[in-house]
Design a protein around this ligand. Structure first.
Ligand code: C5P
Length: 231
């Protein structure tokens, strides 16, 4: 799998998103569509961005009973996205059902990756509220191995965990890593951040970059800097 930079298009409307993408007149960046944009605009925003020639990561993080997830994934498989995700916490049975739903009649399917533990969850919350024992790294690795055993293609994780995930699950198992900032930049609400150069060194397959590109004075230049450093 070739490394790539995915822009998190965390905009509230189709108009804002398409105006942003209009600035990219050359290369067509890989685009992440999250819950806010998808719930605001529905599947048409996916079709519109796809029609412009972008690859799409649809970040909807499904988590429900296996039958419901299988049916929802069947609907998403018709949208022709390139990458979708779910919560590994839904169990291996749910992940296997998701894969069945996602696989089209001709055998093709989008890549499917799992969220292990959200980066917004700290060890205290995981122990006290979720009642999951063990340290965070162990839990993340165990969930990654469940995802691998279910037949998924990879996980969302921190670049700082990418090497361990590859060690535990193999180098073909994808690590898709947010929490990227340019050296010396404001971290915003992200805690553990990594530069694009460092993410490459640590073995990430895809970096997901939002505000360092979307809030830059020149987003096309910022995207180019990410590509130069990472790809
Ligand atoms: O703006 P920023 O670069 O922080 O955006 C990162 C993107 O990655 C956001 O869309 C955020 O929701 C997403 N994300 C994350 N951490 C995760 C999973 C997804 O930051 N663990």
């Amino acid at each position: 799998m070739n490394r790539d930079v995915i822009i998190a298009c965390d905009f509230a409307s189709a108009a804002d998103t398409l105006a942003f993408l209009d600035r990219f007149t050359g290369a067509k960046p890989y685009v992440k569509i999250g819950m806010e944009l998808y719930y605001a605009e529905g599947p048409q925003i996916v079709r519109d961005i796809k029609a412009r020639g972008h690859k799409i990561f649809l970040d909807l993080k499904l988590h429900d009973i296996p039958n419901t997830v299988e049916k929802a994934m069947r609907v998403l498989s018709r949208l022709d996205v390139d990458l979708v995700n779910l919560h590994a916490a839904g169990t291996r049975a749910m992940m296997e059902a998701a894969l069945r739903g996602l696989t089209r009649p001709d055998g093709s399917r989008p890549l499917l990756i799992a969220v292990t533990q959200l980066t917004s969850t700290d060890a205290g919350q995981m122990h006290d509220e979720l009642m999951i024992a063990g340290d965070m790294a162990q839990v993340v690795m165990h969930y990654a191995q469940n995802a691998k055993a279910a037949g998924l293609d990879g996980v969302v994780c921190s670049p700082l965990e990418a090497a361990k995930v590859h060690e535990a699950c193999g180098h073909g198992f994808l690590t898709v890593t947010p929490g990227i900032r340019f050296a010396g930049a404001d971290k915003g609400d992200q805690q553990r951040v990594t530069t694009p150069e460092m993410a490459k060194e640590l073995g990430s397959d895809f970096i997901v970059v939002g505000r360092p590109i979307t809030a830059a004075a020149d987003p096309v230049e910022a995207y180019g800097r990410c590509v130069d450093a990472f790809v």
